[in-house]
Design a protein around this ligand. Sequence first.
Ligand code: PHE
Length: 449
Amino acid sequence: MLAAAGSAIGLGNLWRFPYLAAKNGGGLFLAVYLALLVTFGFTLLVTEVAIGRKTKSSPLMAYGKLHEKWKWIGVFAVVVPFLILPYYCVIGGWVLKYCVVFLTGQVAAASENGFFSGYITSTAEPLVFMALYLFLTFFVVYREIDDGIEKFSKLLMPVLLLIVIGVALFSLTIRYDDGTVTRTGMDGLSVYLIPNLDGLTVSGFMSVLLAAMGQLFFSISVAMGIMITYGSYFKDRGNIFTSVWQIGIFDTAVAILAGLMTVVPIYVLMGQEGMNASGPSLLFVAMPKTFHSMGFTGTVVGAAFFIMAFFAALTSSISIMEAVVSSMMESLSVSRKKAAVIESLIAFAIGAVVCFGYNLLYFEIPLPNGSVGQVLDVLDYISNGLLMPVVEIGTCLLIGWALTPDVVIDEATKNGEPFGQTGMFKTMIRFIAPVLLTVLLLQSLGSIG
Ligand code: PHE
């Protein structure tokens, strides 16, 4: 359970959730996310963990074991972490850079507007930090020392949580006053928490819903075989529901607090435009500003924050690389060491293209869903916007129709675990989830706006 939570809690919580919440109107995004978590997220997590425990196989084989004709889902599920790893390492590299920035006392410089964009548009440094981050991930997978890392991160996770809570509380005390406008932390809090339904259209609501759904996959690590892998290690006597709830609640608590800690100060200091403008860079723009306003304490807390963020990211990237490496070992019959080297070289090559996407090769690629992005956004779009929905639609059709939802329910209740939501589970997996996922996919493909 803790390993799965370590995999779930990562950059998705600290970096992705806050910027999506800021972009999608704060409170509304939050409410939709929570509603999806307890219905949709819960259903998918239980399903994947149960499939893993029942088949005791890696994702590549698990689907085929359930039904010969549905083996392809496993193949898709393995492509997802393969695409995520390179850009995850690029962002991991940014985190590492900020550890150095704070440890060397450059908080004031980092809090200037334009520091972050100046950094990513420089050629060499982001590449070096990405390579370093990737090497650390590689080293753990290559030497199989994830146990040690896992124990270490168990100690660090509570510290991360405390820092996030502390900074979130501090951000409520920030205030902006330039003579004409005043914004306080409490104003920021209400933007973040209270859904604003003014002028909300159906298509506006749909895009919030879909953003929340995509984020949910990413954050709870479903649709990429990882939860199947953990499920295959899950004790036969263990209670799947309890573990799934723990993972979901812990993961979401960190995300919500991280949102509070980033969205509130950016709103206070830069207003609504700041929230719309920062996009994926929100974390790296908002946090230095907050830490700078804390004075010297900010340097210390900021350094601690980025170091914890680094470890949270590392436990996730290890599990992402592990997913690819174990499938390579199984399907190509290569050794762990060889697989880890090959996968790292590929990730480095793709990661380099992602880094250069902000400078040498500067791109603005229009995506079928109407947004425009750099290489990083393209990889994020292919994995989150296209492949993950396909994997989950496949999973729902396989469990809901080709087999029966009882396959999962029986597995999850085989020790007599009480399960009151059987009806919800069945309706979700057979009807609601596949329909929502299809809408998500169509929207990503630009077929519906
Ligand atoms: N869930 C992790 C996060 O929130 C990311 C992740 C993606 C982990 C895919 C494993 C697999 O950062």
